[in-house]
Ligand binder design. Structure first.
Ligand code: NAI
Ligand SMILES: N[C@@H](CC=O)C(=O)O
Ligand code: NA
Length: 439
């Protein structure tokens, strides 16, 4: 067998510890598959004494991750610290500068500095692999970089955050509160160190930005993404979705339109009978619509072992001497994407309104929708206040939810209709607006 590929790992948390454990377990198999022995020779993390349930015998401990990145005893630097700033950024820059191949699971770092890092990797002729950064254990980066390279891609979309899918699935199926579901996702190692990245949609946006670049040959553009998280989703929305034949998923969608690239992250109604609606819990799904092939990949999007599986595959590629440009094409040929405005978005909508419960309100809503050329597929009115005809004087103006499902329309028309209802004085509180994605 040839010489050994020497690996240094910075970060021994959920993912790092799984990488060390799985690499030890698969030692022979991995070496056979890669045609070369792969060995973790040095590690770095915040606390040396912490019990991680892994064996670090034979691995040097390096206090400073940046020192490890340039250590002459390693060939590959694996960054599993996280965060778009230092020390992760400085360590990856240092490793590439020193001509080391880099493997990272850090989507925040790549979404923010991916282009610059890819340029550095290119200059040194080394790999910058990040399979674990998008949809955890699903080999979607390899699919886009290699398997679909002969396709022109029209749309890439999917469930890209395991924590949110876990929360939405359990809220819908078990009636568990948002807060309790989030606590469980953190305990299971799915959530980011700061879980607001998950629930407010930023983690999905980071991953979407990388997918968009790979799919459309554009520079990584997080600023062009419209982002909404899942905090506003109430049990009533999940219940209405169920009654109306939908599931609610946090989707990241990148679409080529006549106006440019539309990139959006938001909770979405998906038809119950669609493939994506069946993807629950921590599972992710990435659907790719291309000219020659349409496909959907499904698999675990978060968790130590699932993510480690992708990290190890990236290391194995380096051991094989297999290298592709980080974003498929050389950075110089990536184009600046034209951003399609969200107001031009076309599709169906779920709209939940809290309205004053008095005669004529439903007619007023229907007429405002008609004025904006919005056709309604269904309208459901629920009485939440006291029974009409009762003696309670507060009953007259009690809030009552009205739920609308529209046929395809534009975002601009929906916003105009809601503004006009607001001036009519029929709305109580902010309308809930959820886009519908047909697959
Ligand atoms: N947990 C998951 O399911 C997934 C995580 N990722 C990404 O993988 C990376 C690691 O995530 P986790 O393992 O979940 O995080 P974690 O928080 O469990 O582990 C982070 C590790 O980095 C070390 N670290 C943190 N700050 C440090 C510093 N200043 N200096 C030295 N070491 C430091 C910590 O000691 C710890 O060992 C992140 O970029 C994350 O976004 C990607 C896909 C899935
Ligand atoms: N926090 C992320 C981890 C994987 O990227 C998620 O929940 O998907
Ligand atoms: Na992946």
């Amino acid at each position: 067998m040839q010489d050994i590929l020497k690996v240094g790992i910075a970060g021994l948390g959920t993912v790092g510890a799984s990488v060390v454990r799985l690499m030890a377990k698969r030692d022979n198999l991995l070496s056979e598959a890669a045609g070369r022995r792969i060995k973790v020779v040095a590690v770095s993390a915040r606390s040396r004494d912490k019990d991680r349930g892994i064996v670090l015998d034979g691995m040097r401990w390096v206090e400073d991750p940046i020192a490890l990145a340039t250590d002459s005893g390693i060939d590959v630097f694996v960054e599993l610290i996280g965060g778009a700033g230092d020390p992760a950024k400085q360590a990856v820059e240092a490793a590439l500068g020193a001509g080391k191949a880099v493997v990272t699971a850090n989507k925040a770092l790549l979404a923010t500095h991916g282009t610059a890092l890819a340029r550095r990797a290119e200059k040194k002729g080394v790999a910058l692999n990040f399979e674990a950064a998008v949809a955890g254990g699903i080999p979607v980066i390899k699919t886009l970089r290699e398997g679909l390279v002969g396709n022109a891609i029209e749309r890439v979309y999917g469930i890209l955050n395991g924590t949110c899918n876990y929360i939405l699935s359990r809220m819908a199926d078990e009636g568990i509160s948002f807060e309790d579901c989030l606590k469980d996702a953190q305990r299971l190692g799915y959530a980011e160190a700061d879980p607001t990245f998950d629930v407010d949609g930023f983690d999905t946006a980071h991953k979407l930005a990388l997918l968009t670049s790979l799919a459309f040959g554009t520079l990584v553009d997080t600023k062009g993404i419209s982002i909404e998280g899942i905090r506003s989703i109430k049990p009533v929305d999940l219940k209405m979705a169920d009654e109306l034949g939908y599931r609610v998923k946090l989707l990241g969608v990148a679409l080529r339109t006549a106006d440019g690239v539309e990139q959006r992250v938001h909770p979405t109604f998906v038809p119950k009978d669609s493939a994506i609606a069946q993807v629950n819990g921590v599972l992710n799904a990435v659907a790719i619509d291309a000219d020659a092939v349409d496909l959907t990949l499904v698999g675990p999007g978060a968790g130590g072992d699932a993510t480690a599986s992708a990290v190890i595959a990236d290391i194995a590629d380096i051991a094989r001497g297999h290298r592709t440009a980080p974003f498929i094409r050389p950075v110089a040929s990536l184009t600046q994407p034209t951003r399609a405005p969200l107001t031009h978005h076309e599709g169906g909508y779920y709209i939940r309104l809290e309205v004053v419960d008095r005669p004529g309100t439903a007619a007023r809503i229907a007429s405002r929708m008609a004025q904006n050329k919005i056709s309604l597929e269904s309208i459901v009115q629920r009485r939440s206040g006291p029974v009409r005809g009762g003696t309670d004087p507060a009953a007259a103006d009690a809030p009552a939810p009205v739920v609308l499902i529209t046929y395809a329309t534009t975002e601009a028309a929906v916003q105009r209709a809601l503004r006009s209802m607001d001036t009519d004085g029929v709305l109580l509180g902010r309308p809930q607006v959820i886009r519908i994605e047909r697959s």
